[in-house]
Design a protein around this ligand. Structure first.
Ligand code: CMP
Length: 132
């Protein structure tokens, strides 16, 4: 069994999409092992997005993630990392296919509703960061 870290970002919470988003993971058979809501600190957001430090969108990204309530979850299932990323869809809203969360609901750069770990090492690092 594999575990992955999923965030429903402030736009997902603000737009009332939490139930719709979680339903899609559950329908795929993924199990929620931990779940909490919080407004991330700047320190947490910067650690989470460490690999993007220095990029031109970094400041906007940190301001966005710390702008409101976030739902953080650990999801578990076979090939959970790949399955969740498929359900989320491509990072850019214009590339995300219909039927994915971003394809169905995202319409603006950066504001892409959800985050999910991209590999085993990221999952371990991000789970440790969000669920100390
Ligand atoms: P996420 O999957 O959480 O990983 C990094 C985030 O940075 C991404 O979702 C987007 O919210 C944001 N992002 C990635 N690339 C860009 C970009 N080119 N311009 C603006 N925001 C971006």
């Amino acid at each position: 069994m594999e575990r992955t870290l999923v965030l429903i970002k402030p736009d997902g919470v603000e737009r009332g999409l939490v139930g719709e988003i979680i339903k899609r993971y559950e329908m795929k058979g993924l199990k929620i092992k931990e779940l909490k809501s919080l407004v991330p600190t700047r320190e947490l957001a910067e650690k989470h997005y460490e690999e993007h430090r220095g990029k031109e969108f970094f400041e906007d990204l940190i301001n966005y993630l710390t702008s409101g309530m976030v739902i953080a979850m650990i999801l578990e299932g076979e090939n959970a990392i790949k399955c969740v990323r498929n359900i989320n869809g491509a990072t850019k809203y214009q590339d995300a296919l219909p039927g994915t969360i971003r394809g169905d609901f995202a319409y603006k750069d950066t504001y892409n509703l959800v985050h999910a770990s991209d590999c085993q090492a990221s999952a371990e690092r991000e789970i440790a960061l969000w669920f100390k």
